[in-house]
Design a protein around this ligand. Sequence first.
Ligand SMILES: *Cc1c(COP(=O)(O)O)cnc(C)c1O
Length: 373
Amino acid sequence: MNFIPVNEPLLNGNEKKYLCECIDTGWISSEGPFVKEFEQKMSATVGRKYGIAVSNGTAALEIAVQALGIGEGDQIIMPTFTIISCAMAVTKVGAVPVLVDSDLHTWNMNVDEIEAKITSRTKAIMIVHLYGLPVEVNNILALAKKYNLKVIEDAAEMHGQTYNGKPCGSFGDISTFSFYPNKHITTGEGGMIVTDNEESAERCRMLRNLCFRKDVRYVHDEISDNYRFTNLQAAVGLAQLERLDEFVERKRKMGRYYTEQLKEIDGLILPIEKTDYAVNIYWVYGIVLNNNIHADNKTIQKLLAEEGIGSRTFFWCMHEQPVYRNKKLFFDESYPNAEYLARKGFYIPSGLALTKEQMDKVVDKLKKVMNQI
Ligand SMILES: *Cc1c(COP(=O)(O)O)cnc(C)c1O
C-alpha cells in the first residue's frame, strides 16, 4: 500500500548545492561560514538584530529561559496545551510553569486568563503560537509592561507568519524558532534564538557552547550543554530560507484546499482561515472532532492508518503529563478547553512535498473513516 506520511519536506532548491560546498571546502562543523550567514539572514527576516543558531527548538527555549536569568522558584505563565519543550525549559532550572487554558477558536492560549495568574513570583510570560495562527500578542505585551515581566516567544511553528503585519519572532525579549522537518523551513534538526538585546545575545552564545570563559578557553565559571549548530544544517537552512515566501504561500493554498474539500463533513471543526490580526499559515492542517462525535483522536488516527494515511494527535496538556503529576505539580488543576483539544484534535498529512493527488486521497479516506464511526 502507498502510505501517505504525515510530513515530507521539500528539499529541491539549493540544498544539495550548498551541502556539496560544505563537503568540498571541508567546513562541516559549527565553525563554518554558513552558520553566521544563516543567523544573519534568518534574524533579518523577522527584523531582529541578533540570531543564535542552536541544535534544535527545545535547546533554543532552554537557553532563552536561562539567558533571561529565570531560576529556582520563579513562575512563568504559559499555555498548558503545548509541547513539553516549553515546560521543560522552565522546570529544568527549578522554575514553575503557571498554566492557562486554550481558546477553542484559535487553539492558542486564552490571553484573558493571564492577568489573574500573575503573582509577585511571576518573571515572564511564554507566548506559544500554535498550529498556524499567532497568539493575541498585544494584550500580552501590555501585561508584560504593566507588571514588568519578560516575554519569551516560541515561534517554532511561525516562520513567515505575521501578527498585525509584524513578523512573529519579533515580539519576545527573546524569541525562538525550530527547524524540525515539519516546520515551514527545516534544517533536519535545528533551532534559533533571536533578540535585539546585545547582552542577551552574548549570553545565549555562551550558553550554546559550554560556557567557555572568553579570556581563557577550557576554564568555566558556569556550565551549560553543547547546543551547537553545524555548517551542514546551515547549508540546508539557507536554501530553505530562500523559499520561505513560496513555502508559506503553498501552505496557505494547501490549507484552503483542505478546508474546501472537508467543510461538508459532519463532525469536524476545521482551522479558521483568518482572524483580524493574521491569516493562517497552517503549520500543520489540524482538525478537531466536535461534540457529536464520540470517538477520540487516537481512534481516528488508527482508522486513517489502516487506510494508508499518516496522522498525529494534537499535543498532550502539561497539567496531565505523568512526569509532572508524579512530582505533584499541577495537582488537581484542570483546563477543559485544552483537555478537549488534546483528546479530539489531530492533524492530517500537510508537509510541503504533498501533492494534490495525495490530498484528494486523504480527503476521501477521512470521509470514509468519518462515515465508519
Ligand atoms: C517543534 C516545536 C518545538 C520544539 O522544537 P524541536 O526543534 O523539535 O526541539 C517547540 N515549540 C513548539 C511550539 C514546536 O512546535
